[in-house]
Design a binder for this molecule. Structure first.
Ligand code: ATP
Ligand code: MG
Length: 215
């Protein structure tokens, strides 16, 4: 049995065409079903539906053979025990630093101010600011980072930005790009070696589908 770990919503939606290219069709829609294990038309393939941040964990420990996770989640996880064979080129966005419209980020860096930063991505943020030689106080949040600078919890946020609509709606501006984000196929390293005959055709179908997709 091949188990593929996915999160519902955006990742599931954008992965469905890739699975279809590999001849894999989910028997239920995770957005309406309460089931956490979803069968497919293939008796030897099942999907498990987990939180986006938990996908690498299931794959790392071999509870799933394959998984699909954002680079943001993988960078924060560290990638231990994972093989990353493919950039799927889906769920694309950017990891950015953003501040209030009226905050002068460049000036505060020049002055060597110690910034307070809220983020869900503490490891990524720590490494980014350390590489710039900036001293920051990081505060971990689990959602709605945009609120932090508006209520005095922080000077800046580190978060994913796609259209910038949420930033604009909250009087924030992006001031620095940390990196481009897309979702990656991940595989358990041991399972990849052991089940190569089963996994390789799926990976190749994904790869062909990505190359032919017009982006
Ligand atoms: P939740 O929103 O339920 O708290 P989550 O934020 O972990 O959970 P999603 O919003 O489905 O889950 O995001 C899953 C992945 O999709 C993220 O890890 C990221 O790689 C990508 N992603 C997140 N936001 C965007 C966006 N606005 N545009 C494109 N891709 C995004
Ligand atoms: Mg989200």
């Amino acid at each position: 049995m091949i188990t593929i770990a996915l999160s519902k919503g955006r990742i599931f939606e954008e992965t469905t065409p890739l699975l279809a290219a590999a001849g894999i069709h989910a028997l239920e829609d995770p957005d309406s079903s309460r089931k956490l294990i979803i069968g497919t038309n293939r008796e030897d393939v099942r999907l498990i539906i987990v939180r986006a941040t938990d996908v690498p964990t299931y794959v790392q420990y071999g509870a799933a053979d394959l998984g699909i996770a954002g680079k943001d989640v993988l960078d924060e996880h560290g990638g231990e025990g994972l093989y990353q064979p493919l950039d799927l080129n889906i769920a694309k966005c950017k990891m950015m630093v953003a501040v209030r419209n009226d905050f002068d980020y460049e000036a505060s860096i020049r002055q060597g101010a110690r910034l307070k930063v809220v983020t869900k991505y503490v490891k990524v943020a720590r490494e980014h600011f350390a590489a710039k030689g900036m001293h920051v106080d990081l505060i971990k949040l689990y959602g709605s980072m945009e609120l932090g600078p508006l209520v005095g919890l922080a000077d800046a946020i580190v978060d994913l930005v796609s259209t910038g609509g949420t930033l604009r709606a909250n009087n924030l501006k992006a001031v620095e790009e940390i990196g481009e984000i897309s979702s990656r196929l991940i595989a358990n390293q041991a399972s990849f070696k052991l089940n190569r005959a089963q996994l390789q055709p799926i990976i190749e179908s994904f790869s062909t589908a990505i190359k032919s997709a017009v982006k």
